[in-house]
Design a protein around this ligand. Structure first.
Ligand code: ZN
Length: 358
């Protein structure tokens, strides 16, 4: 049994969502600081991330690690893996998209390791202790690429990987960091976080969407997957945190989403199949003549499912229904937000239809 947590009152729930939305709505000022050139490049040219970042949603919280610290919107295509450092089928689709369609050739992996021995003995042994490497190699091969420390035309370069572990000797929490193949040990920059986050954000892997920046100043946990869907990894995180008393789940969508476009265009790419099935269920019955409306429908379908709406498409999944019941029992709210990449305006619903842009 989990800890006994008092269910929040309706008033507390409203205050939680007001607070989160209030912060998100201010994001446009910081987004504008990126400059007109960068923003119009985002808007006109689509995402062109420099690197792929793979990390678990919760496993690094206790180290205070932020895998995208120092990155700007547009830099990092982020994929959240399972706590055990493997990708689910939606994560595999995301990685394939980044390597195959977006042509990203740099990769970074942040994970929690068992102890310092593996990391100290050998860089490669530490790397191999992340089961996700096997998946990355396989998907890279499917894209006609190798995996190595050097980045080349035909290679995915392992830019750096971060291996976090507890160090009993120092009685502290340390990270082993491998950067450009140099081996070093240092203390993580962040402070130790062991409280329940104020919200869990389910965002798109898209490099232009950065939940960490949108909710700056708030303690959030983050799941990034391609198309911001209720993937296995997303449901794992919701379940784990709701048990601890998580106040809110936010589904964060955006316009010009590659995943939504792939679903609308009926992509037949084999790697995308499990994701396409999810998106098609979420989008069923929506007007497909507007891609932005489809993106809005996608996030609202996820919220409907988490709110236990029996009419919601895809709500037939046994696991989603169980998670929805759990959220209701604990008083965890779910709502959607939508990022307009042309302005950095984060919208909540209902909004005026003329806000929607294609
Ligand atoms: Zn997207």
């Amino acid at each position: 049994m989990g800890k006994l947590i008092a269910k929040p009152s309706l008033r507390e729930q409203v205050e939680t969502s007001d607070r989160l939305m209030g912060i998100a709505h201010k994001y446009r000022f910081r987004y504008a600081e990126l400059g007109r050139e960068r923003i119009s490049r985002f808007w006109e040219g689509g995402q062109r991330p420099r690197k792929i970042v793979i990390s678990p949603a919760l496993g690094l919280r206790e180290f205070g690690a932020n895998p995208v610290s120092g990155d700007l919107p547009g830099d990092a295509f982020t994929v959240t893996c399972r706590e055990g450092m493997t990708l689910d089928s939606v994560g595999e689709a995301a990685l394939f998209h980044a390597l195959h369609n977006l042509g990203v050739r740099r990769l970074e992996c942040h994970g929690r390791g068992a102890d310092r021995t593996e990391a100290r003995d050998s860089t490669l042994r530490a790397m191999d202790s992340f089961p996700v490497w096997g998946q990355i190699k396989k998907i890279a091969r499917e894209c006609g690429l190798g995996l190595g420390f050097k980045q080349g035309k035909k290679t995915v370069g392992v830019h750096s990987y971060y291996y976090y572990f507890h160090d009993d000797y120092f009685g502290e929490k340390w990270a082993v960091i491998n950067e450009d193949n140099a081996h070093s040990i240092r203390k993580p920059a962040g402070g130790i976080v062991d409280s329940v986050p104020d919200a869990l954000i389910i965002e798109c892997s898209d490099a232009r969407v950065m939940g960490k920046q949108i909710f700056e100043g708030i303690d959030i946990a983050l799941v990034s997957n391609w198309g911001n869907v209720l993937s296995e990894v997303a449901l794992d995180a919701i379940e784990a945190l709701v048990k601890e008393g998580l106040p809110a789940v936010v589904i964060l969508g955006h316009n010009r989403c590659d995943a939504i476009y792939a679903a609308i265009e009926g992509s037949t790419e084999e790697r995308f199949e499990p994701l396409m099935r999810m998106l098609e269920a979420n989008l069923a019955g929506s007007e497909m003549n507007s891609r932005s409306l489809a993106a809005v429908r996608n996030i609202n379908s996820c919220v409907d499912m988490l709110s236990g709406d029996k009419k919601a498409k895809g709500a037939g999944s046994h696991r989603i229904r169980r998670v929805a019941r759990m959220m209701e029992g604990r008083g965890t709210i779910a709502f959607s937000l939508y990022a307009d990449l042309s302005s950095g305006i984060i919208m909540s619903f209902p909004v005026e239809p003329n806000w929607w842009k294609d």
